[in-house]
Write a protein that binds this ligand. Structure first.
Ligand SMILES: [Zn+2]
Ligand SMILES: [Zn+2]
Length: 106
């Protein structure tokens, strides 16, 4: 089961993500849904909010992290990067639960 939490970017967070150089056209879609499997309060909700793509082959991941108390932040953090079949997992590094190469993409 996927976690059912959702959140939206604040205008400041939106501007920050839109202003990044080399950003992919990843979306900035609202609302953002948590990409993790169902999890406890010790793990913050997490979704990939934006990626920067530097040639050659460099990807920088920006994550939206939030909890049920209303604390939210956008932060740089590595991705999981484990291979699932022949695709890279698109969850945050050290995420709980199983890897999934599909979630994270619109
Ligand atoms: Zn969640
Ligand atoms: Zn993973």
């Amino acid at each position: 089961m996927r976690c059912s939490a959702e959140t939206t970017l604040t205008p400041d967070e939106m501007r920050r993500l839109e202003a990044l150089p080399c950003a992919t056209d990843f979306g900035l879609q609202a609302p953002y849904a948590c990409d993790l499997e169902e999890h406890g309060p010790e793990t913050r909700h997490s979704t990939l909010a934006q990626m920067q793509h530097y040639e050659p082959g460099g990807l920088v991941y920006w994550w939206l992290l939030w909890d049920d108390a209303g604390h939210q932040e956008v932060r740089l953090w590595p991705g999981c990067d484990r291979l699932v079949v022949d695709e890279t997992c698109l969850l945050i590094k050290d995420h709980p639960g199983v890897c999934d190469q599909e979630i994270g993409w619109p």
